[in-house]
Design a protein around this ligand. Structure first.
Ligand code: ZN
Length: 502
């Protein structure tokens, strides 16, 4: 390694450490911090964010990167880790440098305040108090997109922050296909008239026992508690301070077992990605998930393809019955499996089943593009939301609280983010199918409570690379295919055709 590369890596390590220090503060804020600490914590986080941005775009960082580029990464073929590091560092720097510090500061402040406003507006079902803030955020996002620059559609500038290389022109036909398939499948299920299959999941299950059971399951799957923690929070998430310190969080509801059960598997899937990135990448921009779509594919794979599979419960159901005898002693494993895979259009995205989930995403995606392109006003947004819920899911929205105000993302500036949830669903099936092609014993292993083969395949083919390859290239290398809905559509048809006897 040349001297310039050594110097650049030292600089990037400082940036990495600042980012991780922020993550510790953020985790503490959402897990342990008393309410009284909120304002001081916001100032501490803002200071770190300012230092990070200033150091990231400083003359010194620019010169170090340019010198390392001039020196070359070695290896010749451009496929070395150092070549990837230069590519990723250049991408991050070129984007960051286009955004004026004043805009970064304004976005941080407005979004931080808007989140507070949103919490109150949602609680009080008062869209009017949130609307001016959404207006400001959409305006700031337009400014941000203009600063970054984009091809054709303004949405592409925002999407690229979460999913490198993805564009609205690719998403439009993809989502149209998903929409039609979901409406058709949900309609066929509705025609069977078997509502209420999931009622048994509302039976009381002691929270402390839910936690014990969840801890055992994630440990069985491969979560290493010497390199991670599971704590309680209000809105579950996964974060990490290094590949050797990954934190997942959960909330428990006595009368809704699936929330924690599948929530833990979901966050564990995110955690595996971060835990399994090559150790040598720590301290560089390569140490992280390559995109939110690929990240979400890991959580959805463990949550749905493993956790909601028949085989998984052949192994775990007897133990679940022993843990919660009052709730499940009269319920067969078949009935339980049907309950955890019950399909019914619902108002709330995070509670949506696998069949209707993407309709929630498509609705938000369509509204985001229209808001950004000026085709929909903030004032008309709730009515547009309700009309789409009626058209896609066939349900009336009783209040904005259960409608447009339900998700935190827009208040925090997360516009351009939602499509990655659907991309995650699609990619989960592509990765899972490729893993089973390579190791046909995986489904039988899962039914025997053995997860090592799947874990190892994901580590080898997805996790270890971090941000080394752009998302599309990673998918191609791991699965032999580009992004395609074929395995996903086939999976949904097969699984729910069987669950509902279609
Ligand atoms: Zn997730």
């Amino acid at each position: 390694m040349g001297n310039a590369m050594v110097a650049l890596k030292a600089r990037l390590a400082d940036l990495y450490n600042l980012g991780m220090a922020s993550a510790v503060l953020g985790w503490d804020q959402r897990v342990f911090m008393p309410a009284g600490g909120a304002e001081s914590r916001a100032r501490q986080l803002a200071t770190l964010a300012k230092l990070h941005h200033e150091m990231g775009v400083s003359r010194e960082t620019q010169d170090l990167l340019a010198a390392a580029e001039a020196e070359g990464a070695g290896g010749g073929d451009g496929a070395s880790d150092d070549a990837a590091l230069l590519r990723v560092a250049r991408r991050d720097l070129d984007k960051a440098i286009k955004v004026p510090t004043s805009l970064v500061v304004e976005m941080t402040e407005v979004c931080s305040l808007a989140e507070e406003i949103w919490v109150k507006a949602r609680a009080e079902n008062d869209y009017a108090s949130f609307a001016p803030w959404l207006e400001r955020i959409v305006g700031l996002k337009r400014q941000y997109a203009a600063a970054i620059g984009y091809q054709k559609r303004i949405y592409n500038a925002l999407l690229d922050d979460f999913e490198e290389g993805m564009t609205a022109d690719v998403l439009d036909p993809l989502f149209e296909e998903l929409k039609q398939a979901a409406v058709e499948l949900a309609g066929a299920i509705r025609a069977k008239g078997q509502r209420g299959r999931d009622k048994i999941l509302k039976r009381a299950c002691e929270e402390a026992k839910q936690e014990v059971f969840s801890r055992k399951v994630v440990a069985d799957c491969g979560f290493d508690f010497s390199r991670g923690r599971l704590d309680r929070t209000v809105h579950p998430f996964c974060t990490n301070f290094s590949p050797n310190d990954v934190r997942i969080t959960m909330r428990y509801d006595k009368n809704w077992l699936p929330g924690a059960l599948f929530g833990c598997l979901h966050e564990m899937g995110h955690a595996f990605y971060e835990m399994n990135i090559k150790a040598e990448y720590e301290g560089t921009p390569l140490a992280g998930g390559v995109s939110l779509g690929v990240h979400e594919s890991q959580s959805r794979l463990w949550e749905n393809m493993v956790g909601r599979s028949r085989g998984f419960w052949e192994h775990y159901y007897p133990e679940l019955q022993r843990t919660f005898p009052r709730a499940f002693k009269d319920v067969s494993v078949d009935k339980f499996y049907q309950a955890i895979n019950a399909v019914a259009p619902s108002l709330i995205r995070v509670e949506a089943d696998e069949v209707t989930y993407n309709l929630h995403i498509i609705l938000r995606y369509e509204m985001e593009t229209q808001l950004l392109e000026g085709k929909l006003s903030v004032a008309d947004a709730p009515a547009a939301w309700n009309a789409k819920m009626k058209a896609y899911l066939g349900i009336e929205v009783p209040s904005d609280r259960e409608g447009i105000l339900q998700d935190v993302h827009w208040s925090g500036g997360g516009i351009g983010y939602f499509p990655t949830y659907s991309l995650g669903n699609i990619l989960a099936t592509q990765f899972f199918e490729a893993a089973v092609r390579a190791k046909p014993e995986i489904p039988t292993d899962i039914a025997g409570g053995k997860f090592g083969g799947l874990f190892a395949w994901l580590k080898e083919n997805v996790h270890q690379y971090g941000r080394k390859y752009p998302p599309a290239e990673l998918v191609k290398r791991a699965t032999g295919e580009t992004l395609t809905t074929r395995p996903y559509a086939a999976y949904l048809k097969r699984k729910f055709g069987e669950v509902y006897g279609l």
